[in-house]
Design a protein around this ligand. Structure first.
Ligand SMILES: Nc1ncnc2c1ncn2[C@@H]1O[C@H](COP(=O)(O)OP(=O)(O)OP(=O)(O)O)[C@@H](O)[C@H]1O
Length: 270
């Protein structure tokens, strides 16, 4: 691992099932994320992106290879190490509803994370919650709402606030705008990019949407059938793709934009 890298994944294999029927969901993937940088992972459905993300946060079984965050070996899952891992790596999921307890008010959900993962004293937690809501551009009154009372985009911002409360070394964002209306996808991406720059966040940004990855990440890894087929600076990979699979993804890009779904680039550049 270079001292400047926060994540190093080396020859990672995750497989489901046994024998000839085993699915190699991740098949020999190596990548690094530099401290304060964003690396994108792009690929079609089934290419292994989510499995890679889940392995990094300890939610998928590693067959072989290694995962290190800030030089700490995170390859194996252990109950004892779960909290340490959570303080090192946090994931933002596709569906923010599933990561929020419907019975907890937003403020309680954020305060809970502060209680476990920060040294903010109980007396200062309400203020901590307010600051985090402000950071993700939500009104302090949202603290009193339940997840069902706010929009999907707001829920995703609450999920981001909870992740920021941990101050993890690495954030893994897996398809975080896929479940949102097209009109709010760009808003959430803009917010995340702004936070990334302001706070110097290190992030693995996973999406099937190359436009979103192009907007968020300086470097991109292209996955196909569990393997990395191309890896490089986003500008270069998008400008002069080498692998036929990447060329296919890029040729699909204008069609997405034509269909008006590319809110990401449109609103993002404003
Ligand atoms: N728990 C599991 N059990 C068995 N097979 C699985 C499991 N999870 C994923 N797979 C298989 O692993 C492969 C990679 O799936 P994965 O979800 O990682 O891809 P993906 O690129 O994230 O796609 P999507 O965006 O649709 O989730 C697929 O063939 C999938 O069917």
């Amino acid at each position: 691992m270079r001292g400047s890298d926060v994540l190093e994944v080396n020859d990672l294999v995750v497989r489901y099932g046994h024998g000839p029927r085993a699915v190699h969901a991740v098949d020999g993937v190596s990548l690094t994320v530099p401290r304060g940088g964003v690396v994108g992972v792009v690929g079609e459905s089934g290419s292994g992106k989510s499995t890679l993300a889940r392995a990094i946060v300890g939610m998928a079984p590693v067959h072989s290879g290694t995962i290190a965050v800030d030089d700490e070996d995170m390859t194996r899952r252990s109950r004892a190490g779960a909290r340490t891992r959570a303080s090192m790596v946090q994931m933002v999921f596709q569906d923010p509803y599933s990561s929020l307890n419907p019975r907890m008010r937003v403020g309680e959900a954020i305060a809970e994370v502060l209680a476990v993962h920060s040294d903010v004293p109980a007396s200062a937690r309400a203020e901590g919650v307010r600051e985090l809501l402000e950071l993700v551009h939500l009104d302090p009154d949202v603290a009193r709402q339940h997840p069902r009372q706010i929009s999907g985009g707001m829920r995703q911002r609450v999920a981001i606030a909870r992740v920021l409360a941990v101050r993890p070394r690495l954030i893994v964002a897996d398809e975080i705008t896929s479940a949102l209306d097209a009109s709010v996808q760009g808003v959430v991406l803009n917010l995340l990019r702004e936070l990334q720059t302001e706070l110097g966040l290190s992030m693995l940004f996973i999406s099937h949407n190359l436009a979103a990855v192009r907007y968020m990440a300086q470097e991109v890894v292209v996955m196909h059938r569990g393997k990395v087929v191309e890896h490089g600076l986003t500008q270069q990979v998008v400008g002069t793709p080498q692998h036929p699979y990447t060329q296919g993804l890029i040729s699909a890009l204008p069609r997405i934009e034509d269909a008006g779904r590319d809110v990401l680039l449109g609103s993002a550049s404003r």
